[in-house]
Design a protein around this ligand. Sequence first.
Ligand code: ATP
Ligand code: MG
Length: 190
Amino acid sequence: MFNLVIFGAPGSGKGTQSERLINEYGLHHISTGEVLRDHIARDTELGRIADSYISKGQLIPDDLMIRVLASVLDENPEKTSRGVIFDGFPRTIPQAEALKKMLEERGTQLDAVVGLEVPEEELVQRMIKRGHDTGRADDNLDTIKSRLDVYHKQTQPLRDHYIKEGAYHAIDGSGDTERIFADIKTALKK
Ligand code: ATP
Ligand code: MG
C-alpha cells in the first residue's frame, strides 16, 4: 500500500499529474476540490457551505474538511486498499496532523509528498486559461488572487513541515507535463 500527497499551489497541476499517477500505479485518487465541486453541482447542504468559501477563494474550515475527507476514505475501502493519492488535502497543518492520525487508525501511513513548484505568473496564466476553457467559477482573477494569498499564508507552512519530516520531494512543475511526470516517477523510485 502506497499513500501519496500531491502538494502545490492552486493551478500547479495536481489534478493533471494525479491522472497519470493513477494509471501508472493503480492508486485511488481523492481530490477534495472535486469532492466539493460535486456537492456544489448537486446542491447538497455541504455544497452550499463549500460554495460560500470557494467563491471567495477561502479554505473550508478544518473541522468540516477533515470530516468530509474521513467519510470519503471510508466510503469505498476496497478502492483505497492499494493506496491513495491525496490531491488538495492537506492544505493546513491541522489537516496534515488529522491525515496522519486517520491513516494510522486505518493501519497505514503517508509514504511520500510530491510538491509541484511553479512560478506565480505561470500559475495565474494557467488558471485564467482554465477559467476560459472550463468555466470553473473560482478561476477568475479576483478569486485567483485570494487563493494565492491563502496558499502563502495557510498552506505553504506545510511545505516546511514535510521537508522537516523528510517526506517532501520538490518537483519543477513548470512547462511540459510529460517531463514533470517523468521527474515524479524518478523521485518516487528513490
Ligand atoms: P489545482 O489547480 O492544482 O487543482 P486548486 O487549488 O485550484 O488546485 P482545488 O484543489 O480543486 O483547486 O480546490 C478548490 C477549492 O476548494 C479551494 O480553493 C478551497 O476553497 C476548497 N478546498 C479544496 N480542498 C480543501 C482543503 N483541503 N481544505 C480547505 N478547503 C479546500
Ligand atoms: Mg485540482
